[in-house]
Design a binder for this molecule. Structure first.
Ligand SMILES: NC(=O)c1ccc[n+]([C@@H]2O[C@H](COP(=O)([O-])OP(=O)(O)OC[C@H]3O[C@@H](n4cnc5c(N)ncnc54)[C@H](O)[C@@H]3O)[C@@H](O)[C@H]2O)c1
Length: 323
């Protein structure tokens, strides 16, 4: 579990443990939290630390790898592109080399809808649609996808790429939640603004060609996403060699609709101001999820669940303490 101390990785660790796996987390805690690693050992190391990775694989008899570790701030990637190529491509390739050398040949990678860039048509995106990232973050994730696929083909390994849309929500037992710094994701930002922890939410543009003028995105509950990882890992263990799958709920929701759902759910409106569009924000990013649903996956949680679990986690636990 490279990056298992992060938001999505920690939820996946919990889901893996519930299925009888021992998730071994390798994480440098650059954006993750030691307190979120509760279902297996934590090896605090960089993914490019070959000796640490090899030692973790050999000590724990690792049979498969899930790679969540990345830098994921789009704006930062525009300001400092080389950081994104170094972290997401260079270090990812170093990790792959050690996994290959130590015989770990089932690898699942956390990719992103950002690989599609700004699609021309406002329609659900299919995996074989053109990949034309419009920022270094998306380009770095796509470059790693290519490295992973071609090395798996050359070595006879197995790999899966899950292209997440917008992960949201928190663990239903209140044990885990989303705690990024800075936070850039809509639902935790709404929860924080509605609790008065932050200034009013800034809505980036309400003049898009969408049903209410605000951008439309596809939100998927992190527990549904975790279930997708288990399913896809199972496919690799059963011998599937290569999978590329969108991971979203398959439903588009606008920013205004999320705000309305939050008001219904939390019982109060979220203070919000409308600002200018953010450069490079497409009007609509919604997944065609037919490949994932054909494997037997279906989202079980609603947008209300994502908002209420985020709010409940913030209420109960607050930010996870760093190590
Ligand atoms: N959150 C989303 O909605 C979303 C959407 C699309 C794609 N993704 C991708 O999913 C993955 C997980 O996202 P997240 O929101 O959980 O992010 P996160 O920042 O919470 O988790 C990433 C984890 O990786 C660790 N890490 C980063 N660089 C490392 C390195 N060099 N060595 C060791 N550990 C390192 C961090 O400490 C952190 O624990 C990322 O690859 C991200 O690009 C996330």
């Amino acid at each position: 579990m490279a990056g298992g101390a992060g938001y999505i990785g920690s939820h996946v660790c919990k889901a893996l443990a519930a299925e009888g796996y021992l998730p071994v987390t390798l994480d440098d805690l650059s954006s993750g939290h030691a307190g979120a690693v509760r279902w297996g050992p934590l090896v605090q190391a960089d993914i490019a630390d070959a000796a640490a990775v090899a030692h973790a694989v050999q000590t724990h008899n690792v049979v498969g790898a899930l790679h969540f570790a990345a830098k994921s701030l789009v704006g930062e990637s525009v300001r400092d592109p080389l950081k994104y190529y170094r972290e997401n491509v260079g270090k990812g390739v170093a990790l792959l080399e050690v996994l290959q050398a130590t015989g770990v040949d089932a690898i699942l990678f956390s990719s992103t809808a950002a690989v599609y860039g700004s699609p021309a048509a406002p329609a659900p995106i299919r995996e074989d649609d053109p990949t034309r990232p419009i920022n270094p973050y998306g380009a770095s994730k796509l470059a790693f996808e290519d490295a992973l696929r071609s090395s798996a083909r050359a070595s006879g390994g197995r790999c899966a790429v899950l292209r997440y849309f917008n992960a949201a929500g928190a663990d239903s037992d209140g044990e885990l939640g989303e705690d990024h710094d800075p936070e850039t994701h809509l639902i935790p930002l709404i929860v924080r603004a509605s609790r008065g922890e932050t200034p009013p939410l800034r809505v980036f543009g309400d003049d898009y060609d969408t049903r209410d003028g605000t951008p439309i995105r596809d939100y998927v509950h992190v527990e549904d996403l975790a279930a997708a990882h288990l399913l896809v890992l199972g496919q690799l263990f059963q011998g599937q060699t290569e999978l590329v799958l969108n991971a979203g709920a398959g439903e588009g929701v606008s920013v205004r609709e999320v705000l309305q759902a939050a008001e219904d759910c939390l019982g109060r409106p979220t203070p919000a101001v409308v600002g200018k569009r953010r450069e490079g924000d497409p009007p609509m990013l919604v997944a065609d999820t037919s490949r994932l649903t054909a494997l037997g996956w279906a989202p079980r949680k609603s947008l209300q669940d994502m908002i209420s679990s985020t709010a409940a986690w913030r209420e109960k636990t607050g930010p996870i303490a760093s190590a």
